[in-house]
Design a protein around this ligand. Structure first.
Ligand code: ADP
Ligand code: ASP
Ligand code: MG
Length: 475
């Protein structure tokens, strides 16, 4: 056996049904045959995290009427899988009881939130953690029942984070020590640790989450600290594709992608990989592969250090297209801005004070306006904060106004080969123009592997489809 340690992460759909769990179990069995040590990281069953968070939000508004329905949905979902896939009666009943206990915690928490009338980020993280705490027990029991020695482990015991609830940052040093101490003895005994993605805990033991979709990141953290040789992300599509196949059905799999390309894609909205996943595997020099639970013989996508030759796929420099929806463009404008020092620095400091990160910035050379994108839901508070920060400039008419657009989307084309190619931006513009998509703003990524265009929300799908034709099809 030449291969040593493999970390495999299963996403929500990959553990979301009886069929998916069957396939995941077979994948784990095969991996255990080929690899000396295997760690499995699992998401909550699909839909569960949303259901949990929705229940908590409603509870905080005093609405607990739908709680009994939520309770039975969660039971049905997990119990149906337990009944179909755990033959050992004792193990099955024990697993169901553990899941019931977790659902009971949800009910308790929601009732408490309804009394308090508030949903603090800290309480929301405890609620959100329940999905993975249920799925991990279910999957471990199913795998163990299928004859592959497995043990459920909750990552709050070894992923140590700060207390930035809902977007916690791991302490890699503390996490490394705890992860090795907990997982290595299990693996020495030939047991597959099956652990929760998405969640961690502060040094004091309070539950945190790594942000929505954060199970990918969990797999990368665990892979980096063990360290593992390879991290495989099992999802519901054949790897990283030229665009979201839900928007463009003829999207094709990219067999290879480099670090900067995947980083841009993930950052600009491709849900297939959480953007924070890349850094730990890159730093630790670990392999990363994205593959399909429902088509396991497909090789999927491999992350590679550098693109070969000029990075072109079939002679095309644009490799993939992606979109982030529900953004607004905020503009600060006024002719008097020309002489005012540090406007941009002050503007972004003010935005940062609201806890908002800005995915895209453009500034006209005339210095008469600064324009940037923020998520729609925070646009009003960002505008209010800016108006306050520039109150005296507004009073002096140096700044005319600060305003936000209606909803827009950021559509991004990605490809490392664009760095050396001439005329890509022109082709991108004319492709959009020919398809009736108006471009509101443009920005080029500093790494020059991406160009982002802001379009009206209504133009998102057409924009993505049109640009995808530059890769596959007519363009
Ligand atoms: P998981 O639950 O396995 O983490 P996600 O739903 O988070 O899965 O991510 C997988 C989904 O990402 C796919 O079903 C697909 O619709 C979407 N997606 C968006 N952009 C891309 C892309 N470029 N390549 C592949 N999938 C993409
Ligand atoms: N269950 C979590 C979420 O839905 C984490 C994940 O699936 O990656 O956000
Ligand atoms: Mg995901």
């Amino acid at each position: 056996m030449s291969n040593k340690t493999l970390v495999m992460k299963f996403g929500g759909t990959s553990v979301g049904s009886v069929d998916a769990l069957k396939s995941a179990t077979q994948i784990i069995r095969d991996a255990k045959r080929d690899w000396e040590r295997v760690v499995v990281v699992t998401s909550a069953m699909s839909g569960v995290t949303n259901l949990l968070l929705d229940s908590a939000m409603l509870a905080a508004q005093g609405k607990v009427d739908s709680l009994p329905a939520t309770e039975s949905t969660l039971k049905e979902k997990h119990f149906a899988a337990a009944e179909a896939l755990i033959q050992n009666v004792e193990l099955r009943e024990r697993t169901k009881q553990e899941i019931s206990d977790l659902i009971f915690i949800l009910v308790d928490l929601c009732n408490a939130m309804s009394v308090l009338g508030e949903a603090s980020p800290r309480a929301m993280d405890t609620v959100a953690s329940l999905g993975e705490r249920m799925s991990v027990r279910l999957l471990a029991a199913i795998v163990d029942d299928a004859g592959v020695k497995a043990r459920a482990v909750t990552s709050t015991e070894f992923v140590v984070t700060n207390n930035h609830f809902q977007n916690a940052h791991p302490d890699f040093k503390a996490t490394a020590e705890k992860t090795r101490a907990l997982l290595n003895p299990l693996m020495d005994e030939g047991i597959v640790p099956i652990t929760t993605g998405f969640i961690g805990a502060t040094p004091e033991g309070t539950i945190t989450t790594l942000g929505r979709g954060g199970s990918d990141y969990s797999a990368a953290i665990i892979g980096a600290v063990l360290p593992a040789d390879d991290v495989w992300i099992w999802t519901d599509v054949d790897g990283v594709m030229t665009t979201d196949p839900r928007i463009v059905p003829n999207a094709i799999t990219l067999p290879e992608i480099n670090y900067s390309e995947i980083a841009e894609l993930a950052y600009y909205g491709a849900k297939v990989l959480h953007p924070k996943t890349i850094r730990p595997v890159l730093d630790a020099g670990i392999g990363l592969r994205i593959c399909n639970t429902f088509n396991p013989s497909h090789p999927g996508t491999r992350l590679i250090a550098a693109v070969k030759s000029n990075g072109k796929v079939d002679g095309k420099v644009v490799k993939a297209v992606t979109a982030i929806r529900k953004q607004k463009l905020v503009t600060i404008e006024g002719r008097g801005m020309l002489g005012v020092p540090g406007v941009a620095a002050r503007a972004f400091a003010a935005v940062a004070s609201t806890g908002t990160s800005v995915p895209l910035i453009t500034q006209a050379s005339s210095e008469q306006s600064i324009c940037f994108a923020v998520p729609s839901e925070v646009a009003d508070s960002v505008v209010a904060t800016l108006e306050k920060a520039f109150a005296s400039e507004i009073a002096d008419d140096d700044i005319d106004r600060v305003w936000a657009t209606e909803d827009v989307s950021i559509v991004t084309v990605v490809g490392a080969g664009m760095r050396h190619a001439i005329g890509v931006a022109g082709r991108v513009f004319s492709q959009l123009g020919n398809n009736g998509v108006n471009v509101l703003a443009i920005a080029q990524g500093s790494s020059e592997v991406s160009i982002s265009l802001v379009v009206d929300a209504a133009d998102t799908e057409n924009g993505v489809k049109a640009l995808h034709e530059l890769i596959v099809g007519a363009g």
